[in-house]
Design a protein around this ligand. Structure first.
Ligand SMILES: [Zn+2]
Ligand SMILES: [Zn+2]
Length: 342
């Protein structure tokens, strides 16, 4: 899988640094200030250009997706790794995808002051996802009952071009079209300056002001001082309900729990699960009172393990005593996207 690297300046001291695409928690090696990167709603990056200063740059919007696609098919759940991009501006003058050069170049965050004309996309995120699904659904036996993305990173990457008799790729300074029609006008493509800013928030607990902790790719941060857990929503950190299972041991793994409305089958209690899934268990009276919950792991594992663990823990419906307290030894930093595994 491709990993992009992003050249970036510390929002506090301006020191240069390089981020990985999945990084959320950024700690500046110079001023030691930590900040948390909020997706708003997608990260927007641009390739560096090598055009002369006089060139009027045109930035073309590409959707970029990295994650897993799970498809429920007659012979089981299939998975595909997706690491792909597609042109979001419908035009024959620009390449259909970003190709492979993205692996070697460092991207930059797009800022409102980044000079150039940023073309508006001709189609939305949902339409781009449909294209990706079609691309990655080949050889999956029909009918496909349901498809879902997990651990998704959907971002926008702008690639720079300019016109000099031909359409020129401003990264490589090479032509991407043989010639342009006489009446070609960049103005015919809707666009303008990018109205977007990356959002860095200080990693201070919004409740008590203590430093929040997590790994560099954590989506969830914890405050060990006031026993709270935080997740980004909109442009700020919001509190996440959590509990810790009281069990022997000192390694704690994070899981998401969901209460979902299930149509077509009765799946409201543990007793319903025993019946629907044909579990080798005798239904006890308290099983009718135990609410059925979906469980999903919130740390990174290969797709097969992801499916197996989620199935096993959901089948088990753990009911050990839970407390609203974080252990200081707890490893509790959610990695997998909650949105992706909804
Ligand atoms: Zn700094
Ligand atoms: Zn706190």
């Amino acid at each position: 899988m491709t990993t992009f690297f992003i050249e970036h300046q510390c929002p506090q001291c301006g020191a240069p640094s390089v981020l990985e695409e999945s990084d959320r928690l950024f700690k500046c090696p110079y001023c030691r200030v930590a900040s948390y990167l909020i997706q708003n709603p997608y990260f927007r990056y641009a390739f560096p250009n090598d055009a002369s200063e006089k060139s009027q740059l045109i930035y073309v919007h590409y959707w970029r997706f990295k994650g897993m696609l799970f498809s429920s098919a007659p012979d089981g759940v299939q998975h595909r790794f997706m690491d792909t991009s597609c042109q979001a501006v419908q035009s024959e003058y620009f390449p259909a995808s970003l190709g492979f050069r993205s692996q070697t170049l460092k991207l930059k965050f797009v800022l409102p002051e980044t000079p150039g004309r940023f073309l508006h996309p001709s189609f939305s995120r949902d339409e781009a996802m449909k294209i990706f699904v079609r691309r990655f659904s080949k050889n999956i036996p029909e009918p496909v009952y349901h498809q879902e993305f997990v651990g998704e990173t959907l971002s926008i990457i702008y690639s720079p071009f300019y016109v000099k008799n031909q359409m020129i790729d401003a990264v490589l300074n090479t032509a991407v079209t043989s010639s342009l029609p006489d009446d070609f006008s960049v103005e015919s493509f809707p666009g303008g300056s990018p109205q977007w800013n990356p959002i860095f928030v200080p990693t201070l607990c919004p409740h008590c002001g203590w430093d929040l902790s997590g790994n560099r790719d954590s989506l969830v941060l914890i405050c060990k001082n006031c026993n709270t857990v935080w997740f980004s929503k909109g442009e700020k950190l919001t509190r996440v309900k959590f509990s810790t299972m009281k069990m022997p041991g000192n390694i704690f793994l994070p899981f998401w729990k969901f209460k979902a409305t299930v149509e077509g089958v009765n799946l409201n209690s543990f007793a319903d699960l025993i019946r629907v899934a044909n579990l080798p268990k005798v239904v006890k009276s308290q099983d009718y009172k135990t609410e059925f919950i979906f469980w999903s792991i919130a740390f990174k594992v290969p797709p097969k393990v992801f499916l197996r663990l989620n199935r096993n823990i959901t089948m088990a419906q753990p009911r050990n005593e839970q407390i609203n307290e974080l252990s200081f030894r707890a490893y509790l930093s959610g990695h997998a996207s909650r949105q992706g595994s909804r």
